[in-house]
Design a protein around this ligand. Sequence first.
Ligand SMILES: [Fe+2]
Ligand SMILES: [Fe+2]
Length: 241
Amino acid sequence: MVRALGPDLAYGSPAMYGVTATVLSSRRMIAYNLAQNAIDEAKGAARIQMIADKYADGDLFKKMHRHVGEELKHSKLFKDLVPATGYETRDDPVEPAATEDVLDFDDELRAFICRVHSIELRSWTVLRMYQHVLRQRAFPDISDTALPVLDDIMQDEINHVVYTGQQIDEWLRDDPGLQPVFDQCLEHTNRETWQDIAAMTAWLAKNYQAVLANDEANPAAVNLPETRFLVGELAPPATLT
Ligand SMILES: [Fe+2]
Ligand SMILES: [Fe+2]
């Protein structure tokens, strides 16, 4: 069985923390990242709603609908944080094809919840990294605005991990045959996260200088202490538990 929170998993690794800390070291990249999170939260909400309406009933249906509301709330909260960075978001019209892409999948309920659980574990872990980095207060104004909001989001993410985990546990007791499906979901999210890290690093390789140099409001970013990105010093103490 795959360990959901082992240090060998991409989202708990020093690489993930290093990329996250780098992204959060520039106002412009923070703004970009908040906007991206706002989009991802809304996509997640749409997917959960679709599967809940199609397959779930009773208590699980209610929990999934509550989950949808919370992810939509996160989407708005992340978007509302963007102005704290000094940047603004633009509301471009959404292409209908983009909406179709988001909903173009068909999982059965159990596999979907396994997948959601693995993604919620990642959200929870990455959110802890955000909190850790923002507590270092490279931009005190952003930290003051963002940290209370992230605390609020964190409460929900913990609930998402818990209810999906409890549901999977219940199903596994009835049908151990679900185990390989669950393992595959963890492996898939893990692989996908390594790919995300690779993509972010490739982007940074091209844009790092430009992004930081143009970030005039951010003298701290240009003087990043190099040692902060050495592996031994990377991991926030409590991130992987
Ligand atoms: Fe969320
Ligand atoms: Fe969540």
